[in-house]
Design a protein around this ligand. Structure first.
Ligand code: 5BU
Length: 474
């Protein structure tokens, strides 16, 4: 039986449309007879404040001690802010992805290593979003043992998080809210029955595996060898195998304009790399013999070939760009990449040709260039896209790790031994920053190596820097 105060809050939630009954499709695709949309609270500041007080009381009742609060982005940010302001607790904001410019921070606000942080969430189903935030803040040195949620849908989050070492405190439970609404005559017995049945059947929602695998600084990460053993896609397995065997996470970008020069670079850096990335369309003398020669060098030094074509058209067109023209890319490039912007059709088109040849595709999730227009929610949508095309997508190109799924490879371009930039918007970070702070698996280095006086020695230097940065995380 809930308190009179909570019953009246439930009633208001129902009246303003936060809690709805009917037929809904949840983010997971599941059909549900109930929906909770706490984003609406921002339009009712008095209610937001009342719930912030309930969050505070819940934590006080639990005897929880903490130094700062952090809301799960974005829906819980107003609630966390309200708790922070109303009760004078410092707050930090978790970014969903690192900024591509400026300080490149993943957390905004002042905090110190070892401080205790409470995670505030608006509504939980499996607890995946809370867990993602815990992983990120823990990697930044904060200590998290507890989280608080406004509305617990009672679909598995409490147990899932407990198994991961986090105690979840709930201000409201969905069944309690529903019973209160029934007693107040707001909903009928049939609705109560339907929701109760739904919750009974769906009470063990799991955190998707790609979100449950830890892979951050200060937590043990999986080795390339372990990751190879988890991969279903043969190409991902092979790349992780090469990385383990050759002790390298270096991909050289050989951006030169003649085939002979490119083959010379491939020979020179071959022993130090796992992937060679090229732009076939800048080769002035590209000819049908070149791919065969390149494949021979790749075989000799055991690396894979990545044509950085950045496909971005409709499915039908990219299919032709991949298989026809003078480059016939599908015949020789183990890896290609594409912009997910056009939607699923682009992957369907590329897949038609690539899958039967065992090829793989990287999705471009973020770019290294200054002022790029990639919107904030794009990496998240890209990760979702990848999840649905695991038979062809082998990973991402980006500036920060999108998802901790160990079976996707994260490539990061814009790397030099010193942080710097070029005159056309390229921005460079160090191998250590990319690997240890942004979750890169493979660093892509172009001019840092190809323009060096001694490309072979420089490639060895980058290889060491990259592999040392990875080894320190193990
Ligand atoms: P550089 O010489 O190290 O700046 O070369 C970087 C390479 O990575 C180059 O081939 C680019 O086409 C590629 N690249 C990049 O620099 N930034 C990006 O965001 C993407 C690709 Br996607």
């Amino acid at each position: 039986m809930c308190s009179i105060k909570l019953a009246s809050l439930y009633s208001t939630l129902f009246e303003i449309g936060v809690v709805k009954f009917g037929h809904f499709t949840l983010k997971s695709g599941l059909q549900a007879p109930v929906y909770v949309d706490l984003r609406l609270l921002v339009s009712h500041p008095d209610l937001l404040e009342a719930f912030a007080t309930e969050v505070w009381n819940t934590l006080k009742r639990g005897g929880i001690e903490y130094d700062i609060v952090c809301g799960v982005p974005y829906a819980a940010l107003p609630l966390a802010t309200c708790v922070s302001v109303r009760f004078n607790v410092p707050m930090v904001i978790r970014r969903k992805e690192a900024k591509g410019y400026g300080t490149k921070k993943l957390i905004e606000g002042d905090y110190k290593q070892g401080q205790r942080c409470i995670i505030v969430e608006d509504v939980v189903t499996s607890g995946a979003s809370i867990w993602e935030t815990v992983e990120l803040l823990t990697a930044e040195g904060l200590t998290i043992t507890d989280a608080v949620v406004l509305m617990n849908r009672e679909q598995g989050a409490t147990k899932n998080l407990k198994d991961l070492g986090i105690t979840l405190h709930s201000v409201c439970h969905l069944t309690e809210c529903m019973k209160a609404l029934h007693q107040l005559g707001k909903i009928d017995a049939e609705t109560v029955y339907k929701v109760t049945k739904f919750l009974e059947i769906n009470n063990e929602t799991k955190i998707p595996t790609h979100k449950a695998v830890t892979s951050c600084k200060e937590r043990k990460i999986l080795s390339f060898k372990e990751r190879a053993s988890l991969c279903q896609h043969p190409l991902t397995k092979r790349i992780f195998g090469i990385m383990e065997e050759k002790k390298t996470n270096l991909c050289v970008a050989a951006d030169v304009t003649f085939c002979a020069k490119l083959l010379e670079i491939a020979e020179t850096v071959g022993p130090h790399i796992c992937v060679l990335k090229i732009h076939a369309d800048i080769l002035e003398d590209f000819n049908s013999e070149f791919p065969e020669k390149l494949k021979d060098v790749a075989k000799k030094h055991n690396f894979v070939i990545f044509e950085d074509r950045k496909f971005a058209d409709i499915g039908h067109t990219v299919y032709m760009q991949y298989t026809k023209g003078i480059h016939t890319i599908v015949e020789w490039a183990d890896i290609i990449d594409c912009h997910p912007l056009p939607g699923p059709g682009i992957l369907e088109g590329l897949k038609q040709a690539g899958i039967k040849k065992g090829r793989g595709c990287l999705l471009i999730a973020q770019m290294s260039t200054k002022g790029n227009l990639v919107p904030a929610n794009y990496p998240e949508a890209t990760a979702h896209f990848a999840d649905h095309h695991r038979d062809f997508v082998i990973g991402f190109i980006g500036q920060s790790r999108l998802i901790p799924d160990p079976t996707f490879i994260n490539f990061t371009p814009g790397i030099k031994l010193e942080e710097s930039s070029d005159s056309l918007g390229q921005q460079y970070v160090t191998p250590q920053e990319a690997i240890q702070n942004r979750g890169a698996d493979v660093i892509i280095v172009g001019r840092g190596i190809t323009d060096a006086n001694d490309p072979q020695a420089t490639a060895a230097e980058y290889k060491k820097a990259g592999f040392d940065a990875y080894s320190q995380l193990l």
